[in-house]
Design a protein around this ligand. Structure first.
Ligand code: ZN
Length: 319
């Protein structure tokens, strides 16, 4: 088994990691994503792989696999990739890239690759049943059991952000009304805070973000205001934890995970978010689940997706 490459291809940046045969991350690079055309982006990905090999003085013959995670939908039957923030619309990315690099390539959804990486090398290490959730711009989840990533019928498993609830009033980017990710995500935190401020909240957040500045508010600002003592900001995280627990509680009862790993911008808020979340989840579950369940943040930081895609390709393509 040779060297592997894992790539995290986002709408803004491409992060590429070169791994040794032992799975150790040797070097990584970060570059702006080329979005002019699918062909040019594919060429960029191939060039980035070659550049890392050259810098680490590894010959191309010693590269065995490339794994890619990207924010999009990958048709499990045809391999065609569609990604709203990338120039991919029904493009056979794995096959095209294989032609450019000369080694087998896998392409999977980025959230799945993050959870897969965490399950093998991060907070899920040592456990068999791992449920992962990311709360970034949107919200999604993935389920890994005994090292197997569960795709479900049509490859649609894990889209928990698009469960609609009648008491959530917002329109979602997917076209539905009341999707969970309109409130439980970094953008959801911002939306809740902006609504609260418009409704007359007073305090640090209101002082820092008068009406003409509210468009610039980020989830980090809400957390900062909480950390500096703003009570309303704390309530935003509690409410978010409560909403998230609605989908986690039945998931735990259905799947019985050892650990739920929750990552992304919202999870970085720490105890103000995890504290209430653990409480809400525990309150509604039978003690048999409660006693063994861990709810934890990721432990590989920004590298989870790189580890995941590199490992996934190596396991799928060489065995
Ligand atoms: Zn939706």
């Amino acid at each position: 088994m040779g060297y592997r490459i894992g790539m995290d291809v986002g709408g803004t940046n491409v992060v590429t990691g070169l791994f040794g045969a032992d799975g150790k991350l040797l070097r990584k690079s970060k570059t702006r994503t080329v979005k002019t055309s699918s062909q040019e982006l594919l060429q960029q990905l191939a060039d980035l792989c070659r550049e890392l090999l050259i810098v680490e003085n590894v010959s191309e013959q010693r590269l065995s696999t490339v794994g890619i995670g990207l924010p999009g939908f990958i048709n499990a039957e045809t391999g065609l990739v569609t990604a709203a923030n990338l120039p991919f619309n029904d493009i056979p990315v794995a096959e095209r890239l294989r032609q450019l690099i000369g080694v087998p390539v896998t392409v999977e959804n980025d959230v799945r690759m993050i959870v897969y990486g965490e399950s093998l090398r991060g907070a899920g290490q040592g456990f068999s049943h791992i449920l992962g959730v990311t709360l970034g711009t949107g919200m999604a989840s993935a389920w890994v059991t005994n090292g197997h990533l569960h795709g479900g019928a049509g490859g649609l498993a894990g889209e928990i952000g698009h469960i609609a609830y009648p008491d959530i009033p917002y329109m979602c980017g997917c076209g539905m009304k009341g999707c969970l990710e309109t409130v439980v995500s970094a953008s959801g935190i911002v939306r809740q805070a902006q609504d609260g401020l418009s409704a007359g909240w007073v305090g640090l957040l209101a002082d820092r973000f008068p009406a003409h500045m509210r468009e610039e508010l980020t989830s980090k600002d809400v957390w900062q205001a909480y950390d500096d003592g703003d009570a309303f900001a704390g309530q935003v995280f509690q409410r978010t934890a409560n909403w998230l627990s609605r989908v986690l509680i039945p998931s735990v009862a259905l799947l019985s995970p050892d650990v739920i790993i929750i990552g992304g911008g919202v999870a970085a808020a720490g105890d103000v978010f995890f504290g209430p979340l653990r409480k809400y989840v525990a309150e509604s579950l039978h003690p048999l689940y409660r006693e063994r369940l861990l709810v934890a943040p990721p432990s590989l930081g920004d590298d989870s997706g790189l580890y995941g895609s590199a490992e996934y390709a190596a396991k799928r393509l060489i065995s």
